[in-house]
Design a protein around this ligand. Structure first.
Ligand SMILES: NC(=O)c1ccc[n+]([C@@H]2O[C@H](COP(=O)([O-])OP(=O)(O)OC[C@H]3O[C@@H](n4cnc5c(N)ncnc54)[C@H](OP(=O)(O)O)[C@@H]3O)[C@@H](O)[C@H]2O)c1
Length: 227
């Protein structure tokens, strides 16, 4: 079987780290990217430190990948940040940072992906959020970024229609990761999905037949209240 290569963003912790670990177990060679770097250690894991908000950093990241392969069978647009504040309290800096991390960074990755696309094969999985489907109070910056992300992905799907690329987008509700580390959650934490819950769905995507794409997969905790 030919070696399969995956690019996963945001692998220093949380969902990105778990997805990278899972993909290694599935036999992928994984390029994992974050600003602070991952503690993952495996012969099939290549850690790349880059701030994906910077186009030059993304171009350098692809140069590193090119030293090993020009084929990416899987791209997981996962890296993201969340600012929780009312509109009155959201600073312009925070609003811009959500847009830069959650939309501009995926734009950079997609814009420079061309050389690595494997026609009729590459699967691009976007980790959006329920807040990218439905507005919630105190999430203006995050929601605006995730709604915009959908516009970006849909446009790519249209423009690259003849390449046989799959685009799947996940819209999970709240998951217990460090994304919430600064936020007082109280009982709401009981109603979050676990990373394993998320991986169950991710596993379904990875093992789906090559002609199937999940345009919009919304899921969450049965009793979830915060998202
Ligand atoms: N947790 C949830 O409840 C939940 C629910 C729905 C959707 N999501 C989505 O799932 C994705 C992952 O979230 P998570 O819960 O795993 O968050 P997390 O634990 O905070 O991890 C976020 C990852 O993104 C990376 N990252 C952030 N800014 C970056 C940048 N400028 N350049 C490169 N990497 C960057 C971080 O690494 P560095 O800080 O080292 O750069 C980290 O590895 C996000 O897109 C989030 O919106 C999460």
């Amino acid at each position: 079987m030919t070696q399969r290569f995956a690019l996963v963003t945001g692998t220093s912790r949380g969902l990105g780290e778990a997805q990278a670990q899972y993909l290694i177990e599935q036999g992928y060679v994984v390029f994992g990217v974050s600003r602070s770097g991952s503690t993952l250690s495996h012969e099939n894991y290549i850690d790349i430190e880059a701030d994906l908000r910077e186009e030059g950093a993304v171009e350098s990241m692809y140069e590193t990948i090119r030293q090993m392969t020009e084929e990416l069978h899987l791209v997981v647009l996962n890296a993201g940040i969340l600012t929780l504040d009312s509109i009155f309290e959201t600073s312009t800096l925070d609003f811009r940072n959500n847009l830069d991390t959650n939309v501009l960074a995926p734009f950079h990755i997609l814009k420079h992906l061309a050389d690595f696309i494997v026609e009729n094969e590459t699967h691009i999985i976007t980790i959006s959020s329920l807040a990218g489907k439905k507005a919630f109070p105190n999430m203006a910056a995050y929601s605006a970024s995730k709604f915009a992300l959908e516009g970006l992905v849909q446009t790519c799907r249209e423009e690259w229609n003849d390449l046989g690329i799959r685009f799947s987008t996940l819209y999970p509700g709240a998951i217990d990761t460090g994304l919430w580390h600064d936020i007082e959650l109280g009982d709401d934490q009981h109603y979050m999905m676990s990373i394993d819950d998320f991986l169950f769905v991710f596993d379904t995507l990875i093992k789906s037949p090559p002609n199937v794409q999940f345009h919009s997969l919304v899921f969450g905790h049965r009793d979830g209240v915060i998202l």
